[in-house]
Every structure is written in structure tokens, then in C-alpha cells.
Design a protein around this ligand. Structure first.
Ligand code: AMP
Ligand code: ZN
Length: 143
């Protein structure tokens, strides 16, 4: 049997959620463990683990709704000087709920959040960037 999905349960109304928005493709609700106050999740109604498995319209719509939520947060009195739209795809990227979702994270000075770079970050030569770009173009069919 497959693991029950908590976001599918929320979509189905079988698990509680503090809902902000819902349409026929996505819904937005409060994260149960906010990293900052006002932390919202936008998730498709359809269960897909990876954002790559969603159709383009649904994936784009997640971003659109994420923007709208971000725009509403300040008027809602949330402490916010900026925000991150963040999506973790795969365990190695930090995904813990395997139903695709976009985080809307309010940010303010000194909130203690942030990505850290590994210590050996370097600036590769242009030729190396060109070569990688070419491989991605080829893989994407953009040549
Ligand atoms: P991620 O690590 O990107 O997969 O994020 C999963 C997020 O889902 C975490 O921030 C959790 O706090 C949040 N979360 C887990 N269960 C629930 C739930 N029942 N309702 C709302 N948010 C949840
Ligand atoms: Zn699900």
C-alpha cells in the first residue's frame, strides 16, 4: 500500500488546514510549522511528487498564486521586507512532503534564514559555463 499523503488529505478536506485560497487547480494554506510567521504553501490539487510531473499550466499557476499570496502578506500585517518562493524537489533538495508544493516565505532582516554555499565555491572559466550551457540546450531541445 502506498503511504497516505497529508496534502491529498487536506485537498480532500479530510485533514485540517488554514486555507487561504483554492481554485480548480491549486490551493494555498498555512504551513503547520512556519519558519517565519505567514509561511504559506501552494500546492496542486492533483498528487504529483515532482513539479516536473505537473502539466505546464498547473506548474505556472502555482507560481502565479504564490506571487499573489506574497503580495497580500504585507497588507495582512505579516512581518515582511522581502520573500522567497521556494520549492524543494527531491529528498536531497530538502523535500519532506512528497506532494509538490511551493513555499511562500516572508523574510526580514535578521530572521536567521538563508542558503549557505559550500566553502569551495569557485568561478568557473567561461568555457566551462559555455560547455554546460550547450549540453543543457541540447538536452532541452533548444538548439
Ligand atoms: P518540504 O520540506 O519542502 O517538503 O516542506 C514541507 C512543509 O510542509 C514543511 O514546511 C511542513 O511544516 C509542512 N507541513 C507538513 N504537514 C503539514 C500539514 N498537515 N499542514 C500544513 N503544512 C504541513
Ligand atoms: Zn498528495
Amino acid at each position: 500500500m502506498t503511504e497516505p499523503c497529508v496534502f491529498c488529505a487536506i485537498v480532500a478536506g479530510e485533514a485540517p488546514a488554514s486555507t487561504i485560497y483554492r481554485d480548480d487547480a491549486v490551493m494555498a494554506f498555512m504551513d503547520i510549522r512556519p519558519v517565519n510567521a505567514g509561511h504559506v504553501l501552494v500546492t496542486p490539487l492533483k498528487h504529483e511528487m515532482s513539479v516536473l510531473s505537473l502539466d505546464d499550466d498547473t506548474a505556472s499557476h502555482m507560481f502565479t498564486v504564490g506571487r499573489r499570496v506574497a503580495a497580500a502578506l504585507k497588507d495582512a500585517g505579516v512581518r515582511l521586507e522581502g520573500f522567497n518562493l521556494f520549492l524543494a524537489n527531491g529528498t536531497v533538495a530538502g523535500q519532506t512532503v512528497f506532494h509538490a508544493h511551493l513555499h511562500v516565505l516572508p523574510r526580514f532582516t535578521g530572521d536567521g534564514l538563508g542558503f549557505t554555499r559550500n566553502a569551495n565555491v569557485r568561478m568557473p572559466p567561461q568555457s566551462e559555463l559555455d560547455e554546460t550551457a550547450e549540453r543543457i540546450r541540447r538536452a532541452g531541445g533548444w538548439e
